[in-house]
Design a protein around this ligand. Structure first.
Ligand code: SF4
Length: 723
């Protein structure tokens, strides 16, 4: 804390919404947050905040006033009974006993954890250690699986490590900014303002936007490619075809620094402009223009997000775009690179500590025996289990099948955010024990909790987070913990010590008394790895401000940009071209379900709205949920703005007001992801509940990344008959 007047404190932190990771200064009177402003010294935002960030203080107060916060541990005596307040000791004893008994009877894989990119790095680290180190199960996955796992797989397959090679400053150096599957103006607003500034400062800068919808980001583009949903791989392969044809590739770079190009070259021969234009639903001229600008630019920077990731071909989409960067040498130099934008505030930190079913600490792989041995040695355990853990969709499937009996959910709301809600809610009902660790008691998932563990929230937590450009920020707490809440890492460690006692362990793996002690252990795990941060400390982060990784021992600063030397963290030191082939969406439209349903974010709301939904002014931009249709479809179906329609997929149905949007192509529909059952009427095909847009989405996922195809489902739309 930096002191102010006696009743006024200021703490430095980051905004807890998107992965831009804007620095903020939180003002408080010691008991409540009184204001928030952008941190002028933070390199992510230099003092700027968007509507969500600038109203954070309102959400903090509203959460308490509206009794939305979970403040005390609570237990349910029976499934339909109300949650009743309990002591921490009784609650943790009860769940430790249930864990120990279940593990004895059914083995360690009978329990599972589903955590979140909202957690701080230290929280994530101890959750991972609890599951993989103490209990001996890899059944721990995260809502980042719904968000970033295709980007992780894409980077690893091509560049050899899960490390975005570019940085925000590259926006200022780019000659071409290629935005794909990202409504940056809404989802990463402060980054978008930087793009607007770059355009003012550099009249030669071109912006190309690729998106099925004409979003606010697309409206401002020099070239907008309104591709059909799911056709991205064809587009990138087609652009590479044109670059090859027009000699816009960098053969010397390919020869010196990459491998696998010959095979890909054969594949992209098929992707002629006509073939690709037909698949993508765009003109050949626009395709050729995009390829020429990309290949001819001195520096081309791609910014991409869920449009690539939330797809049954998410890994191929990421890899095909990175192929294009490698072939044209648009990587490892200022203003260039494939730059995946993280959705959540600490999705990157979770990846660093290996907080996913297939990962281990410091970018190690569970499938690699040496990596498992290294982590086991670091943690002081005999072994890390080799059995694959269940990823998000698989985890809930395993609960539904009765294989996982205890599910611990932390800081996320799968009863709204997971695809095909009917299946997810069946799983939550089937589990023998559902533990929900949450700051808010209002989420749809809490309704399924047998045990509620109240956690601290934004402005009360301290530790670290990492943003999209690999920049670690030290978060300071502005307020004391409210009620009986505990920090997420404390809850994990308190539980772990009770479980260790029941399992007869003599030495605790969880001796931590501070977030710094946890972070120091995480730091040690990175030694010699691509994300080495052994040169950093909490003191450096506090004194010198946020730093990018890698930052190894002896370094005086982190690395802004990766691979400038053309050496990649693969066995050969060369980047790898992946032979990417276009595959259509998993559920194509047909005569019965003729609309492509797209889901995404609104400008002023965040995820399931547990925080932004408490702030009245954030509803001014979009006051209620709606399905947006093209004016052509509105006319064809004799619909006026506000008419209620049934939006129905093979999995469920929702009743929503229809809105005409000039951003839509005919045959496409858009519904925002934020609104849950309290706002939307309708029901799943089980006849229960009304789950928001994920009543409609399908649980099909990418075979490599296991990320679900939340961006596409086939639906029909019929006018609702009023009684
Ligand atoms: Fe918060 Fe993202 Fe807005 Fe920055 S851009 S203030 S991190 S929501």
């Amino acid at each position: 804390r930096t002191g102010g007047a006696q009743d006024r404190f200021e703490a430095k932190a980051t905004c807890c919404y998107c992965g831009v990771g804007c620095g903020i200064i939180v003002q408080s009177d010691g008991a409540k947050v009184t204001g928030v402003r952008g941190d002028p010294d933070h390199p992510a935002n230099f003092g700027r905040l968007c509507t969500k960030g600038s109203t954070l203080h309102l959400s903090a107060e509203a959460g308490l006033q509206q009794q939305a916060r979970a403040l005390f541990p609570a237990l349910r005596s029976a499934r339909n009974a109300p949650l009743e307040r309990a002591s921490w000791d009784d609650t943790l004893d009860l769940i430790a006993k249930k864990f120990a008994d279940t593990i004895r009877l059914h083995g360690p894989d009978s329990v599972g954890f589903y955590v979140s990119g909202q957690l701080l790095t230290e929280d994530y680290y101890v959750f991972n250690k609890l599951a993989k180190g103490l209990i001996g199960t890899n059944n721990i996955d995260t809502n980042s699986r719904l968000c970033m796992s295709s980007a992780v797989a894409g980077y690893k397959q091509t560049l050899g490590a899960d490390a975005p090679p570019a940085c925000y400053e590259d926006i200022d150096h780019a000659e071409l900014i290629f935005i794909v599957g990202s409504n940056t103006a809404y989802a990463h607003p402060i980054l978008y303002r930087r793009i607007e500034d770059a355009r003012k400062n550099n009249p030669n800068l071109k912006v190309v936007v690729v998106d099925p919808r004409r979003t606010d980001t697309a409206r401002e583009a020099d070239l907008f490619l309104a591709i059909l949903p799911g056709s991205d791989v064809a587009l990138f392969n087609g652009m590479l075809h044109i670059c090859l044809w027009e000699d816009l590739i960098d053969s010397a770079y390919i020869e010196a620094h990459t491998e696998g190009f010959a095979e890909l070259k054969q594949t992209v021969r098929e992707y002629t402009p006509k073939y690709v234009a037909d698949i993508c639903g765009i003109s050949e001229a626009d395709l050729i223009q995009a390829a020429r600008w990309f290949g001819q630019a001195k520096s081309a920077l791609s910014l991409y997000c869920q449009g690539l990731n939330q797809s049954s071909s998410g890994t191929a989409k990421n890899a095909a775009l990175i192929n294009l960067h490698l072939a044209t040498h648009q990587i490892g130099k200022p203003g260039a690179g494939p730059f995946s934008l993280t959705g959540q505030p600490n999705a990157m930190g979770g990846r660093e500590v290996g907080g996913m079913a297939n990962l281990l600490s410091a970018h190690r792989d569970l499938a690699n025996p040496e990596h498992r041995a290294e982590v086991a040695a670091l943690w002081g355990v005999d072994q890390v289990p080799s059995t694959s853990g269940k990823t998000a969709v698989e985890l809930f499937d395993a609960v539904r099948a009765g294989d996982i009996k205890i599910l611990w959910i932390a800081c996320t709301n799968p009863a709204q955010s997971m695809p095909d809600q009917r299946l997810v809610r069946e799983a939550l009902k089937k589990a023998e024990l559902v533990i929900v660790q949450e700051a808010y008691q209002t989420t749809a998932t809490v309704a399924y909790a047998d045990v509620l563990l109240p956690a601290t929230s934004w402005s009360e937590k301290e530790g670290t987070v990492t943003n999209s450009e690999r920049r670690i920020t030290r978060i300071q707490a502005a307020l004391p913990k409210p009620g009986a809440t505990r920090h997420d890492w404390e809850i994990v460690c308190d539980f772990a010590r009770k479980l260790e006692a029941r399992l007869g362990k003599e030495h605790s793996l969880f001796p931590y008394r501070s977030s710094e002690a946890i972070w120091n252990e995480h730091r040690e795990s990175t030694r010699g790895r691509d994300l080495d941060i052994t040169g950093l400390s909490f003191a450096i982060l506090e004194q010198q401000g946020p730093q990018q990784w890698p930052f190894p021992t002896g370094a005086s600063s982190g690395k802004q940009r990766l691979y400038e030397d053309g050496i990649f963290p693969t066995a050969s030191g060369r980047a790898r071209f992946v032979n990417t082939v276009y595959r259509p969406v998993a559920e194509p439209v047909d005569a019965r379900y003729p609309f492509h349903l797209n889901t995404g974010r609104l400008r002023d709301q965040w995820h399931g709205m547990s925080r932004t939904g408490t702030v009245a002014q954030l509803f001014a931009h979009a006051p209620e949920p709606a399905v947006v249709l093209s004016s052509t479809d509105m006319t064809r179906r004799l619909l006026k703005n506000g008419d209620l329609v049934h939006v129905t997929s093979r999995r469920g149905s929702q009743i929503l007001p229809a809105l005409s949007g000039d951003d839509m192509r005919a045959g496409q529909a858009f519904v925002a992801m934020h609104w849950g059952e309290e706002y939307v009427s309708g029901r799943g095909h089980d006849g229960h509940g009304s789950y928001g847009v994920n009543a409609l989405t399908l649980p099909v996922f990418d075979p490599s990344s296991k990320q679900p195809e939340l961006k596409h489902a086939a639906v029909k739309i019929l006018k609702a008959e009023l009684p």
